[in-house]
Design a protein around this ligand. Structure first.
Ligand code: P6P
Length: 340
C-alpha cells in the first residue's frame, strides 16, 4: 500500500505534514517545504503580536500610507517586517511583492528559486475592534535564471503558475490554510505548544450555498448585473454575511458554501482587491477545494497581470453561485455589446 496516499490523521503537525507530502514529489528538494515552514514561523510571530495588540502600543494607525493610499496600521508594518524577515532568513525566496511596499523587495537570496506575493495583514482596519484579520500569500517559481535578482517577469506571472497559495486567519482560533495543488488542508495553531496541527484535512467547498457577501453600502455604484444578482440572492432568501475582512468572509464561505463579491463599481472600475496577493491566492485555494473564482467573466487565475498592485473584481466561492453571478453579469455585457 502506498502509505503516502493515506490521509494523515488529524493532529499531525504542519512540519510532519509538509515532510510527508514532500515524499509525494520524488524530485522535491525540500526548498518549497522550507519556504512553507518560513511562512508558518512568521504567522506564529504575527499571531503573538496581534494577540497582544490591545495590551501594548501596537494597535492603531502607523501614521503613513501604503502604495494603495490606505492608512497603514502599526500591525500592518509589523506583519510586513516579520514576513519579509522570515522569507529573507529562510533563503528560498529571491524576491517578494507585498501590499505594503510599492517596489519589489529583493531578499539578496539570488539563488532562491521562489517568488512570494503577500498581503501581510489584510483587513487591518478591523484590528482595533477585535474582528478576524488575515495574511494572504502566493508562491511562484522564478522564471529568470538563479544567481540574479528576481525580475518583474518573475513577479507578474498568471495565477495558473502558482506552486502554492494560502492564508492565515487570526480569529477565534488562528488557522493556516494552504494548497500546493493537491487539495486544501487547514491547520489550527496551538499557541501553548507553538505548533500548527492538521484540523481540516482535504477541505472541499459546497457546490452551492445560501450566503452572499458584498458591501451593499456601495449598491448605488453597482453595475446592473451585480444589482440583479444581489436581488436574485434576496429572492432565494440567502443570508447576507459581510464581515469586511476578506479572509474571514472567504474562510466562512469556503467551509459553509457561499459567494464573496467585490465587484467593479463606477467608483472602482477594477474593484478594490489586488490580483497578485489577494484574488489569485484565494482563487487557487477555492479551485483546489472544488469552487470557482472569476472577475465576473474571466477565470481569475488566467488574468494577465500588468502591474504588481493591480486590482481585479472578484466573484469567488461555490461554483454554482459564481456561475449564476456570471450569468447576470453576462446579460449586462450582452446589453453593452448590443448597444455598441
Ligand atoms: P469595503 C479590507 O480593507 C479589504 O481589503 C478586505 O479585507 C475586505 O473584504 C474589503 O477590503 C472591505 O472593503 O470597501 O467593503 O470596506
Amino acid at each position: 500500500m502506498d502509505h503516502n496516499k493515506l490521509a494523515l490523521p488529524v493532529g499531525t503537525t504542519l512540519d510532519r505534514f509538509i515532510m510527508r507530502k514532500q515524499e509525494d514529489f520524488p524530485y522535491a528538494t525540500g526548498e518549497l517545504s522550507q519556504l512553507l515552514r518560513d511562512i508558518a514561523l512568521a504567522a506564529k510571530i504575527v499571531n503573538r503580536e496581534i494577540n497582544r495588540s490591545g495590551l501594548i502600543d501596537i494597535a492603531g494607525a502607523y501614521g503613513s500610507q501604503n502604495v494603495q493610499g490606505e492608512d497603514q496600521q502599526k500591525l500592518d508594518v509589523i506583519a510586513n517586517i516579520r514576513f519579509i524577515r522570515a522569507l529573507r532568513n529562510g533563503g528560498e525566496v529571491c524576491t517578494i511583492i507585498s501590499e505594503e511596499d510599492e517596489e519589489m523587495i529583493q531578499t539578496g537570496n539570488n539563488q532562491g528559486k521562489y517568488v512570494v506575493a503577500i498581503d501581510p495583514l489584510d483587513g487591518s482596519s478591523n484590528i482595533d475592534v477585535n474582528v478576524s484579520i488575515g495574511t494572504i500569500f502566493s508562491i511562484y517559481r522564478r522564471v529568470s535564471p538563479t544567481g540574479t535578482e528576481g525580475t518583474e517577469r518573475d513577479c507578474l506571472q498568471t495565477g495558473t503558475h502558482q506552486v502554492a497559495a494560502g492564508y492565515v486567519i487570526y480569529g477565534s482560533s488562528t488557522m493556516l490554510v494552504y494548497t500546493t495543488g493537491n487539495g486544501v488542508n487547514g491547520f489550527t495553531y496551538e499557541a501553548s505548544l507553538g505548533e500548527f496541527f492538521l484540523s481540516h484535512p482535504h477541505i472541499t467547498t459546497p457546490k452551492t450555498g445560501a450566503i452572499y457577501s458584498i458591501n451593499e453600502g456601495s449598491s448605488d455604484h453597482f453595475s446592473e448585473g451585480t444589482t440583479a444578482f444581489v436581488a436574485y440572492c434576496k429572492q432565494q432568501n440567502y443570508s447576507a454575511r459581510y464581515i469586511g475582512s476578506l479572509v474571514a468572509d472567504f474562510h466562512r464561505n469556503l467551509l459553509k458554501g457561499g459567494i464573496y463579491m467585490y465587484p467593479a463599481t463606477k467608483k472602482a472600475p477594477k474593484g478594490k482587491l489586488r490580483l497578485m496577493y489577494e484574488c489569485n491566492s484565494l482563487a487557487f485555494i477555492v479551485e483546489q477545494a472544488g469552487g470557482k473564482s472569476s472577475d465576473g467573466r474571466n477565470r481569475t487565475m488566467e488574468l494577465e497581470p500588468k502591474g504588481m498592485h493591480e486590482r481585479s473584481p472578484l466573484f469567488i466561492g461555490s461554483t454554482e453561485l459564481v456561475e449564476k453571478a456570471e450569468e447576470f453579469l453576462a446579460a449586462e455585457y450582452s446589453d453593452v455589446v448590443a448597444a455598441l
